[in-house]
Design a protein around this ligand. Structure first.
Ligand code: FEO
Ligand code: CA
Ligand code: CA
Ligand code: CA
Length: 662
């Protein structure tokens, strides 16, 4: 495909190849056969596809086996059919209600959405675009913590052709942002960042509490503090901030996490795309190239000097971090926590370790990049919220190496240890965190197939890693943890820390499932034989572990063209006879990806985020052309003439009440 054929979201997928990992960390293709024979042979049906991709696993499985697997499933619901149309679909007996849409008022006094008369001022008070991560924080003191809380939402990026009347895709080589005036760029900047909304269940239906004192919009202009080892470093200083301690805005916030003390961890992912210019000849040329800076995916640098790397050479070092925000204090200053490293952060799911230390699992979403964890030095104080305020500024960042025998090791990114010395260009821990990718290269981390969410299950201590896909992996580059060349559909790795200790250096691992259509033998998918034709998926992205310890996976990248179905939310069994069984629970309208799956603590509600609806008009044969504001592939969720498709939050509940999938 040429870039002129790519939609904004597809261009994003392609851009995961920008910060090219040129390190020569090992490939282990020759060891795979040995690993499969040792581990997968014991795994019954899983071994069948791993070894003999010429025979369909469905054909091999007996009907009784499939029935036994289905009966053992921890999930009880009837799947909707997979497919593609203009609408969302949910399992039978459930309601999926729109809670809030792009443009709806968030701040008191914000105007109603007027799509043909947008302004930066209006957008700054309204719900932003492309809702990704969702975190639910029960309202302190609420009578029912699962019926009244704060919802925190990331606004990852903008799709100009779907947002603005009369605008065609602007990021392509031939157009090069020619219609992206400063007025439109200013709206885009206000549509990025995040929202805090207060939500409440009234008569069984969720509502946004209007004019809440907690309501907040974070944008690309919100002032933030820089904390941790990189704060004050030379490489963090700019003309706006000669001290290297404050920055305006957060960019491309994808997934995230909620801490046990009720703060929001929001993760800057493809920050490189907002920077403008050329890396060649820049004083930090090699470092920039390892991150794909400048990505030139937006033309903000034509209107604002700080995004032009020739004019403000250090500004890009101030993005690519995890940001901690206290939603209970709307005046609090968000903090970029640099101890957790700088890369294309997908998420920050976390767990309190048995010894009280706080552990944050993190994926760096780029082809051939790494899985990380951060372990705090201090311990979580469950009784004193204030004592945890700066816990994330001190600790150890580790990167994962997956060995072919099913074990692995977390390698510490500590200045002065191993290769992370002045001889290799690291003068301090600030350099190590700013160039975390290069530090991880030197440590010999395993190059992965685009790590997205990484989530720990507190009931089993197992850790799930979503590897979304990697079509750039060649046959000679496969390894035990990334065993498919041209990995179109991704896979999920399950890790178990040694002794159930999330601070441990050692772990064991295996592949939970290789994704894709199990009825096509060449795909090599390893879902259980109980998985229906509607239940399989590709491109796992976000995940959630519910309060019963069950795994839910949402996807990004499915379409009629790639998989014959839209993205959705899938229930995936991890234990017992049903292990590897997947069921479709909710599916998106055409062109959308599903993000932020977030159940309430009592499991009576599942909040999901539908991002970029109507994006891929060309990949849907019923539409077959570029989808725009004026001519969209779907007008979800309003279906009103003149109203564009709108990224929205959906609240899923069971008709008549009760637990989801119980
Ligand atoms: Fe924004 Fe890695 O998905
Ligand atoms: Ca996406
Ligand atoms: Ca994602
Ligand atoms: Ca993704």
């Amino acid at each position: 495909m040429t870039d002129t054929e790519l939609t904004r979201s597809q261009a994003y997928e392609e851009s995961e190849n920008l910060g090219r990992n040129t390190s020569d960390n090992p490939s282990m293709g020759e060891i795979i056969a040995r690993r499969f024979s040792r581990r997968d042979l014991m795994r019954g049906a899983l071994a069948v596809t791993a070894i003999s991709v010429t025979v369909s696993p469905l054909a091999l499985a007996t009907a009784e086996k499939a029935r036994a697997e289905a009966d053992a499933s921890a999930f009880r619901f009837r799947e909707p059919p997979a497919g593609v149309d203009e609408r969302h679909h949910v399992a039978e007996g459930y309601d999926a209600d729109i809670l809030i849409r792009w443009g709806d008022p968030v701040l008191p006094g914000a105007p109603a959405f007027d799509p043909k008369n947008q302004s930066a001022e209006a957008q700054a008070g309204q719900f932003g675009y492309n809702n990704d991560f969702l975190g639910y924080i029960p309202m302190p003191g609420a009578a029912d913590p699962s019926a009244h809380g704060l919802l925190v939402v990331n606004h990852e990026y903008t799709n100009e052709e779907l947002m603005f009347p009369g605008i065609q895709p602007q990021h392509t080589k031939d157009v090069r942002f020619k219609d992206m005036t400063k007025t439109l760029v200013d709206i885009e900047m206000m549509a990025h960042g995040g929202s805090v909304i207060e939500v409440r269940k009234v008569d069984g239906k969720w509502q946004v509490v209007p004019d809440s004192k907690y309501a907040r919009r974070i944008t690309a202009e919100t002032e933030m503090a820089i904390t941790g080892p990189a704060a004050g470093a030379e490489r963090m200083k700019t003309s706006y901030d000669p001290e290297g301690r404050k920055v305006r805005g957060m960019l491309n916030n994808c997934a995230g996490g909620i801490t046990p003390w009720g703060t929001w961890l929001t993760c800057e992912e493809n920050f490189n795309g907002y920077f403008w210019g050329k890396a060649d000849g820049h004083p930090e040329e090699a470092a920039l190239k390892r991150y794909g800076v400048p990505g030139n995916s937006y033309n903000w640098g034509q209107h604002y000097d700080r995004f032009d790397i020739a004019k403000e050479p250090n500004e890009s070092n101030r993005f690519g971090w995890v940001v901690e925000i206290d939603p209970l204090d709307p005046t609090s200053v968000p903090k970029k926590r640099t101890a957790m490293g700088r890369f294309k952060h997908e998420g920050a799911a976390n767990i309190v370790n048995k010894d009280g230390r706080f552990v944050v699992y993190q994926g760096d979403d780029e082809r051939f990049d790494y899985v990380y964890k951060f372990v705090t030095e201090g311990r979580v104080d469950p009784d004193n919220r204030a004592a945890n305020a700066d816990l994330l500024d001190r600790g150890t960042l580790y990167v994962a190496r997956y060995d072919a025998d099913g074990t692995g090791e977390w390698l510490p990114l500590v200045f002065g240890e191993g290769p992370l010395t002045e001889a290799n260009g690291f003068a301090s821990q600030a350099d190590v965190v700013i160039e975390a990718r290069r530090a991880a290269d030197l440590l010999g981390a395993t190059k992965m197939d685009r790590p997205e969410d990484v989530d720990a299950n507190p009931q089993t201590d197992k850790v799930y890693v979503m590897l979304t896909n990697n079509t750039s992996r060649k046959g000679e580059q496969v390894d035990a943890a990334n065993p498919r060349a041209n990995n179109e559909f991704g896979h999920i790795i399950e890790m178990l820390p040694e002794g159930g200790d999330h601070g441990a250096r050692k772990f064991t691992w295996e592949i939970l499932v290789k994704c894709g259509d199990p009825s096509i033998a060449e795909v090599g998918a390893t879902f259980s034989s109980a998985t229906s034709k509607d239940g399989w998926f590709g491109m796992p992205d976000n995940c959630a572990i519910d309060s019963e310890g069950r795994l839910w996976v949402s996807t990004d990248g499915m379409s009629e063209k790639s998989t014959g179905r839209t993205d959705g939310l899938f229930a995936v069994d991890t234990e017992g006879a049903a292990r590897g069984t997947s069921k479709l629970f909710f599916r998106c309208p055409a062109g959308a990806e599903l993000c932020g799956p977030m159940p309430t603590p009592d499991l009576t509600t599942f909040f999901v985020a539908v991002q970029h609806p109507g994006d891929d008009g060309k990949d849907w044969s019923a539409f077959g052309r570029i989808s725009t504001f004026d001519d969209p592939a779907t007008r979800w969720p309003d279906f009103q003439d003149g109203m564009p498709p709108r990224p929205s939050i959906v609240a899923i509940t069971r008709q008549g009440g009760g637990k989801i999938a119980g």
